[in-house]
Design a protein around this ligand. Structure first.
Ligand code: MG
Ligand code: MG
Length: 261
């Protein structure tokens, strides 16, 4: 069942998602060579709680932390650790969720650690652009497959591949609601996009093949060929006047300045 949100509920969704955006900005300040991913997790948890919210990932299906921190060939869901020390040239995908006033926010961004090579930067840029390409097709009266197809064709036409095993999702009082939002699909197919639908669009795009491996820690997903992978996620609402982005990269991009992708 797809829950359509009222205007009031969408404003609550926006508040939860804006807090995720601000949390990602706090994290952005500390992404430098030498920091470990558990330090980033602690910063995120403290910031979320200081703002009167609860980390949405902590305890979700038993997940032990506030954020996921997936480095280089890791696609998503990696557990923060004091042993994972970021180094110059790495990329790290940070996914973060909050629960505020009963509603969930969920957004992700792939950061560069210091100076990153041009090929990797190109992957990040294309993945982020594919997210906005998907959002552009999130129009009331059209079909969910239009979003999926837009993301897929944008990435594949540039030589990148789309992870199949993981998808975006509806969101609201729960982090994962119907419908699933794949990053691949056929235009004109899938659920009708209706006013009040809130969904997370989150391209997970690989430099090499689309194949992934689920690591034995029970969480980490990495590319099979160990080439790098990028992940950007926005939470959006379908509205009569067009798609509304409820999350925000503006806060973190202000921190990154000219280094933003
Ligand atoms: Mg997420
Ligand atoms: Mg999500």
């Amino acid at each position: 069942m797809i829950y359509l949100k009222t205007d009031e509920e969408i404003e609550l969704m926006r508040a939860a998602n804006q807090l995720v955006g601000k949390t990602l900005a706090e994290i952005a300040k500390h992404i430098v060579p030498g920091v470990n991913t558990l330090q980033l997790d602690k910063i995120a948890e403290e910031f979320i709680r200081d703002n009167g919210a609860v980390p949405a990932f902590l305890g979700y299906n038993g997940f032990p932390n506030t954020i996921t921190t997936s480095v280089n060939e890791q696609v998503v869901h990696s557990i923060p650790s004091a042993k994972v020390i970021l180094k110059e040239g790495d990329i790290v995908s940070v996914d973060c969720g909050t629960i505020l006033n009963g509603f969930v926010g969920d957004s992700a961004y792939t950061f560069c650690v210091g100076e990153v090579n041009a090929d990797t930067k190109a992957l990040l840029k294309a993945t982020k652009e594919s997210l906005y390409e998907g959002i552009r097709h999130a129009i009331e009266g059209r079909r969910l497959g239009d979003i999926s197809y837009a993301v897929q064709t944008y990435c594949e036409s540039r030589g990148y591949s789309v992870v199949r095993e993981l998808v975006g999702h509806g969101i609201g009082r729960k982090m994962h609601e119907e419908p699933e939002v794949p990053n691949y699909g056929r235009p004109g197919c899938g659920p009708l996009l209706r006013n009040g639908m809130c969904i997370c669009i989150e391209p997970m795009i690989n430099r090499g093949s689309k194949n992934v491996v689920f690591e034995r820690d029970g969480w980490t997903v990495r590319t099979k060929d160990r080439k790098c992978s990028a992940h950007y996620e926005h939470c959006i609402a379908i509205r009569p006047e067009g798609p509304q982005i409820l999350s925000s990269f503006e806060f973190l991009e202000e921190v990154l300045g000219n280094n933003a992708i």
